[in-house]
Structures are given as structure tokens and as C-alpha cells.
Write a protein that binds this ligand. Structure first.
Ligand SMILES: CC/C=C\C=C\CC(=O)SCCNC(=O)CCNC(=O)[C@H](O)C(C)(C)COP(=O)(O)OP(=O)(O)OC[C@H]1O[C@@H](n2cnc3c(N)ncnc32)[C@H](O)[C@@H]1OP(=O)(O)O
Length: 733
């Protein structure tokens, strides 16, 4: 069933055939299927049969294993992990290849990832094309390399380098793979031809020194210290993810146990991860991140029917922190950029800052400088001939409206006008222009040249072409773009509001910022809500609340605790009134050693302030446990997520989850807020929200949303069935 391209000549090629959707190889020859599931059996069977034949036939002197269509192997098909395993197991197959008495050469083109790289490591030689990428990304799926990867890689390239690759899942280029010693040769030519030539050149030579499983594993002299340090670092950066820690344990086995025992340990550890909730979450997230590119809007505009228009030249208006980062992203992706800042001093500073960012980045990536792609100007008129504009001035509606009016008059017909607003009404901006169908939001996250997320916000008048163009633009600059509807705060910031509010109310009821932050950090957020607020600047939200008319003093001269008919916590406003804006002023919810300081320290002043505040308002502090802190913050956020789904602002739970993982530090190994709700159980989330709502009827954000009730009443369908329950609201788009 396997194809031999050189019929009974000296070298055989085994083909791994590409699955039609992706470059994860599922078939060998023309009849096989995946590696993993029952169908995978055919693939393994194919390799095993071909190897047996190749070893049996005296005319065959060597074997080359390659992929078809220029890709080696992307590993197992993740969708089939749940299926029952049948056919020849992978590990014995790998052992059989390694033990072969004739040289086996892997011709690596495209990718060799996961099980694909493990297969290559069982070969005696590896020849890679210069554009190939290699890696063991299992950790990113909540797993560890379970076919000898944790035992062979440290034997081949040493413990520190193997640990780094296995615990991060990082892909390496062919050049780096050569440097590390993973591959034996890199070619710019056809890698299969090069591998065949190479195989012929080593025919008849001893293979004793080529079987990685037989190598002694290099043992660092200070083994315990090395592993202790690595474990500490991995635990710190894993933020509760178990796979990276388990990977370290598997590599430790490679160093301390003989190969066969190490393989047993690898299998044991793999089994514990394979059925874990974290593996489920990470595999869900893998597909969620890919699913968001297949966007749709409530009116039926879709990714596959909406054609983007080409964009060559783009303008960025406003060169504050966001505008600078956006300019860098565009220039790096090869767009011709017009960067506009009307304040001359600010323009000069921005020029220097952008150059510095480009230089540092080019150095880090070893890529050419993209300076030449940016032209600076202090006049909006410079945007006259661009294809797309991204406005990134202050969050001030009046200012933004004026700019949109001017741009509409200045820019050539057909120019897309986009706003980087993080919360303001896209329709209101569109209404200032002659062509509202060309207006969409492009909400970047700070720092814009680093953060992977882009919310593309469509209004009822945005054309499918405008949405498609912004989505494609996001992809070109390396962002994961999520299309969302227009409402205050869109998806991310709208959900953040009830989360932040709960944190404030918890302080009023007796919690401290330290307690709340600790609970959230233990959950897996890189920073608790109060530390993040200090980092972003408390004055930012204060300005918005003032503009919204929320910061109104009550009869005692202090900000009222009821605003717009609902309970409101003025704690953040009161801090700002004291000039406590967070890190930038050296004081906020915490204290810092100086303005701009980064290390948050508990502040006795803040605790006194909270006590005085509670006393002034007759609030009696109570002991609040960790569970309540976590549930009130997270379930209020999740509840808003259900409301967003109900309102049709996000097309599905995957969109929300990707936004929260990439934009708000939600721990990836928990899948995202909506996946987390599914894992916890919708009935339990509903039950807890109901309870908190009963206990605190005046606290907003705790009243369960009707979609959550509906899903729970419908028997809590799994997350991939939610879309069926969500009713699509009407829209003009
Ligand atoms: C005893 C244990 C033995 C062995 C265990 C083996 C474990 C493994 O091998 S785990 C799998 C390891 N491999 C990976 O993690 C690779 C994941 N994929 C990728 O990194 C990328 O997809 C890529 C291969 C580098 C290709 O990238 P790109 O060209 O950008 O395409 P994508 O949009 O990412 O993918 C296209 C299409 O393919 C689907 N897909 C990709 N990888 C897998 C996979 N491993 N399983 C199933 N499906 C996969 C992806 O979802 C896309 O599908 P759409 O339907 O088009 O969205």
C-alpha cells in the first residue's frame, strides 16, 4: 500500500501524504489514514510494512522517509485524540526504524512537528530544507512528546537546549536545528533529492553511532541544581499549567534512567496529561484560535463570501503609545506607512521612539530594518492617497469625530477609515463620514506591536468588504483578528467592566487589593486586577467615567455610591482625586519605590483609606474567602460574555475565549472564560450567580443572563453546541 518511487533501486522513499486541510500528515501512500486514531493505524501499518520490505530486499540499501507536497509531518491529528488506538503502536514503530540495519534518512520539508519530529529522530540521519520548521509543540496542547521525544532530544542536543524546546514547544528554523545538532544537513535545493543522495553516500556504513536511543544522555555535573533551577523557572512561567512541569520530569528521567526505563516514565507521564482538563482546554483553544478567522456577522456577511481589498499604503493618525506601536506593526509587515501627529514636539519624540522600536526588533529577529517604510507628517493631508487609515488619537469622542470628518474630506474615495478606539461608538464615527460603509474599528492592544490580538469592530453600516479588509490586514501584520459587533467596550472591555466592578465591591465589603490579586494570580492571570490597573494608569478609567458623568459628588461632597440608578463604587475615583494614578505616580492600589517603579508593595495608607471609607458609609468589613473572590470576579465576567453572545456581539464562545486569552491574560490552559464556564458546569455557574445575586441584590453584574439560564435549562449542552441555542438578533449588515 505504500508507494516506492524508485522501484527496487538502491534507495526507497516512503511518502507521508498530507491531509487535505492542513499540513498535518494523515496518510501514507494512497490508501492510508491518520496516525493516531483507528484510521491512523493504516499510516503506521504502511510505514511498518514498507520498512519490513525495505529491510528484507537485498537490493534496497537505504530508505528515505519524506512527506508529500513539500511537507514532512505536523504530528498527530488533534481532532482524533479521543478515538481508540488500534493498529501497530507508534513507539515500537519508531524503535523498529531506529534499529534498522540499513540507513534511514528523514527528508524534512515544511514542518516536522510533534510526532513528526519524533519520527525524524528515530531515523539515522535528518536532512532539512532551509525553509523547514521543527519542534515538539505538544506542551502547547497540554501534552508531552510521547513517542520518545523527551528521551531522544536531550541525548541528541543536550539537556538545557532540549528542556527549552520541550517546555516551550518553540518551533526552530532549519538553520537553528542544524546549529543545535537536530539535523545533519540543510539544503536550499529539493530536500528529498538531497536526502536520497545523502542516503546513497552512507550506504554500508556503520549505524552504531546513529541510533539516538543508544546514546548516553549527557549529565550536567550539577544535575540537581540544574533541574531545581529549571523547575522553579518553569513553574513560575507556567502559571499553573501542568504540562511544562511534567515535561521537565520526563527529561529528568532521560538523564537519570536507562533509555528503556525513561521511555516507561515518559509513557506514564504522558498518560496523566492526556486525559487532563488542561489538555482539553488547550486543544479547544488551538482550534478556537483558528476558528475566529472564519468570521460571520449577524446579517450574514462571512469570511468566505466577503472579498478584502488590497491595501498597500496606510496612515496612522496620532502617535501616542498606541499609534507608535501600530506604525511599527504596519512597517514591519511591509506596508508603506504615513504616520501623522499634529503636535510637532510629539511627532519628533514619536519618530525617535518608533526608530528605536524598529531597530530593537530588527536586531532581535535578525531581520532587515523597516525604517524606510514610514514617512512622518504633521498634517492630516498626508493621508490623502492612502488605502486605509487607522486613527489612534485620545479616547475623546469629539476629537475623533472631528478627525473622521476631516479624513472623509481629505482621503481619496474608497479609503477605509478605521478607529483604534477601545470602547467608543463606531457608528457615531461612521456617521461623520460620507461613506459610513468604509468605517470599522481596529482595536489594538498595548503594546500594539507586541500583543497578538486585534478586535475588528463592525457597525450596522460597515460593508462586508471593509470587515474583510481589516481582518486580512490584521492577519498580514501577524495578529489574530476577531470580528465583533459594535457596543460600548466591544467584547473585551465590555466584559472587563463587571470584573473590575466586582473587585471594587469586594474591597468595599472587606477584601484587600492584595487578597483579590493573589486569588486571580493563583488562578493563572499574570497579574491581578489591581496590579494591572496600576500598570495601565488609574486616570485612564477616571477620565472615561468623568466623561460618562459617573463621577458626581454626593451630598457629603464625596463621590456617590449610586449612579444612574445602580450601585457604583467610587473607590477608583477617590484614589485619583489623591493623585494616585498607579505606577506612573508611584502610588495607586499599591505603593512603588518611585514614580514609574514596577514592584508593587502593600501600602498601609490604602488599608487605612479603605477602613475610613467603609466607616464613612456604614459598611462592616467581613471575611471573604478565596472562592467568593474568584467566583464573583470570574462569573460576573462570564455572565457578561453570555450577554454578549445573546446580543450577537460575538459570533460564538471561541471569539470571546480568544480575545480573553490573547488580550487580557486569561490563562490559556483554562481555555478562555466561556470554555471555563463549560468545564465548571453551566448549572453550577448559574447557581452561584443566583446565590450571589440574592445576597447582594444591589450589586450589578450578578443577575444571571437569560442565555445562561436557557443553556442550563436545556441540559448544559457542550460549548460546541451553544451556537445552536443562541438566537441571532436582527442587523442591517
Ligand atoms: C504515544 C504518543 C505519540 C505521539 C504523539 C504525538 C503528538 C502530536 O504530534 S500532537 C500534534 C503536534 N503538532 C502540532 O501541534 C502542530 C499543530 N499545527 C500547527 O502548528 C500549524 O497548524 C502548522 C502545522 C504549523 C501549519 O500552520 P498553518 O500553515 O498556519 O495552518 P493552520 O491554519 O494552523 O492549520 C491549517 C488547518 O489544519 C488544522 N490543523 C493543524 N494542525 C492540526 C493538527 N495537529 N491536528 C488537526 N488539525 C490540525 C488547523 O486546525 C486548520 O484547520 P482549519 O479547519 O482550516 O481551521
Amino acid at each position: 500500500m505504500c508507494r516506492a518511487s524508485l522501484p527496487f533501486s538502491a534507495t526507497w522513499k516512503l511518502y507521508l501524504e498530507r491531509n487535505s486541510r492542513c499540513n498535518v500528515f494523515r496518510r501514507i501512500g494512497t490508501a492510508g489514514s491518520t496516525w493516531w486514531s483507528p484510521q491512523c493505524a493504516a499510516v503506521r501499518q504502511g510505514i511498518v510494512d514498507m520498512m519490513h520490505r525495505a529491510l528484507r530486499e537485498p537490493e534496497v540499501k537505504s530508505v528515505v522517509i519524506c512527506g508529500q507536497d513539500g511537507k514532512f509531518c505536523g504530528g498527530a491529528d488533534i481532532r482524533e485524540f479521543g478515538a481508540k488506538m488500534s493498529g501497530p503502536p507508534l513507539v515500537p514503530m519508531i524503535h523498529m526504524i531506529e534499529a534498522a540495519a540499513k540507513p534511514v534518512v528523514a527528508a524534512i520539508e515544511g514542518v516536522a512537528l510533534g510526532g513528526g519530529l519524533e519520527l525524524a529522530l528515530s531515523c539515522h540521519y535528518r536532512i532539512a530544507h532551509s525553509k523547514a520548521r521543527l519542534g515538539l509543540p505538544e506542551v502547547t496542547l497540554g501534552l508531552l512528546p510521547g513517542a520518545g521525544g523527551t528521551q531522544r532530544l536531550p541525548r541528541l542536543i543536550g539537556v538545557p537546549a532540549a528542556l527549552e524546546l520541550i517546555t516551550t514547544g518553540r518551533h526552530v528554523t532549519a538553520a537553528e536545528a542544524l546549529q543545535l545538532g537536530i539535523v545533519d544537513e540543510v539544503t536550499d535545493q529539493n530536500a528529498v533529492d538531497a536526502a536520497v543522495k545523502f542516503a546513497q553516500s552512507v550506504e554500508g556504513k556503520s549505524l552504531d553511532a546513529r541510533r539516538i536511543g543508544t546514546f548516553p544522555c549527557p549529565r550536567p555535573p550539577d544535575l540537581d541544581a540544574v533541574f531545581e533551577k529549571v523547575m522553579k523557572e518553569v513553574r513560575r512561567s507556567a502559571r499553573g499549567a501542568i504540562a511544562p512541569v511534567t515535561c521537565v520530569q520526563a527529561v529528568h528521567a532521560a538523564v537519570t534512567l536507562p533509555y528503556a526505563k525513561g521511555m516507561e516514565r515518559e509513557r506514564e507521564l504522558f498518560s496523566t496529561l492526556f486525559t487532563s482538563g488542561q489538555a482539553r482546554a488547550l486543544q479547544y483553544y488551538f482550534f478556537a484560535q483558528r476558528a475566529v478567522s472564519r468570521w460571520s456577522t449577524p446579517s450574514g456577511a462571512r469570511w468566505d463570501t466577503s472579498k478584502p481589498r488590497p491595501v498597500r499604503k496606510a496612515a496612522v493618525i496620532g502617535l501616542g503609545t498606541m499609534g507608535r506601536g501600530i506604525s511599527v506593526s504596519l512597517a514591519q509587515a511591509g506596508f508603506s506607512v504615513v504616520a501623522v501627529e499634529t503636535q510637532e514636539k510629539q511627532l519628533l519624540e514619536a519618530k525617535q521612539a518608533v526608530s528605536g522600536m524598529l531597530e530593537r526588533d530588527a536586531k532581535r529577529r535578525g531581520a532587515p530594518l523597516a525604517h524606510g517604510n514610514i514617512k512622518y507628517s504633521c498634517s492630516l493631508k498626508a493621508a490623502a492617497d492612502v488605502d486605509l487609515v487607522i486613527e489612534a488619537v485620545f479616547e475623546d469622542m469629539a476629537l475623533k469625530k472631528a478627525i473622521f470628518r476631516q479624513l472623509s474630506a481629505i482621503c481619496k474615495p474608497g479609503t477605509f477609515l478605521c478607529s483604534n478606539t477601545s470602547a467608543l461608538d463606531i457608528d457615531e464615527l461612521a456617521s461623520q463620514t460620507q461613506s459610513p460603509e468604509l468605517v470599522v474599528g481596529m482595536h489594538f492592544f498595548a503594546p500594539a506591536h507586541v500583543m497578538k490580538l486585534l478586535e475588528v469592530v463592525y457597525g450596522p453600516r460597515s460593508s462586508p468588504e471593509a470587515v474583510a479588509t481589516a481582518m486580512q490586514m490584521g492577519k498580514k501584520i501577524g495578529k489574530v483578528s476577531v470580528a465583533v459587533g459594535n457596543c460600548r467596550g466591544f467584547v473585551g472591555n465590555r466584559m472587563l467592566k463587571p470584573y473590575l466592578e466586582q473587585a471594587f465591591f469586594l474591597l468595599e465589603e472587606g477584601a484587600t487589593p492584595e487578597q483579590v490579586d493573589q486569588v486571580l494570580e493563583e488562578f493563572g492571570f499574570p497579574m491581578g486586577v489591581f496590579k494591572v490597573s496600576d500598570l495601565s494608569g488609574l486616570d485612564v478609567g477616571w477620565k472615561v467615567r468623568k466623561a460618562d458623568g459617573l463621577v458626581v459628588p454626593d451630598s457629603t461632597g464625596k463621590s456617590a455610591r449610586i449612579q444612574g440608578g445602580r450601585r457604583y463604587s467610587p473607590l477608583g475615583d477617590l484614589l485619583c482625586e489623591q493623585g494616585r494614578f498607579g505606577q506612573k505616580t508611584g502610588r495607586g492600589w499599591y505603593q512603588y519605590d518611585k514614580p514609574g517603579g514596577r514592584v508593587a508593595k502593600s501600602d498601609p495608607w490604602l488599608h487605612r483609606f479603605l477602613e475610613e471609607y467603609r466607616a464613612r458609609h456604614g459598611l462592616v468589613a467581613r471575611r471573604i474567602d478565596q472562592q467568593e473572590v474568584l467566583e464573583r470576579c470570574l462569573y460576573a465576567l462570564i455572565n457578561e460574555g453570555f450577554q454578549i453572545l445573546q446580543d450577537g456581539i460575538a459570533a460564538g464562545p471561541e471569539d470571546i475565549d480568544v480575545i480573553y486569552v490573547l488580550g487580557y491574560g486569561w490563562p490559556r490552559h483554562r481555555g478562555g472564560p466561556m470554555f471555563f464556564a463549560d468545564m465548571v458546569g453551566l448549572d453550577k455557574v448559574l447557581d452561584r450567580l443566583e446565590r450571589y445575586h440574592q445576597l447582594h441584590p444591589d450589586v450589578p453584574g450578578l443577575k444571571p443572563c437569560s442565555l445562561l439560564r436557557k443553556l442550563a435549562a436545556g441540559g448544559c449542552p457542550p460549548i460546541h453546541r451553544w451556537r445552536e441555542v443562541i438566537q441571532k438578533p436582527h442587523s442591517q449588515l
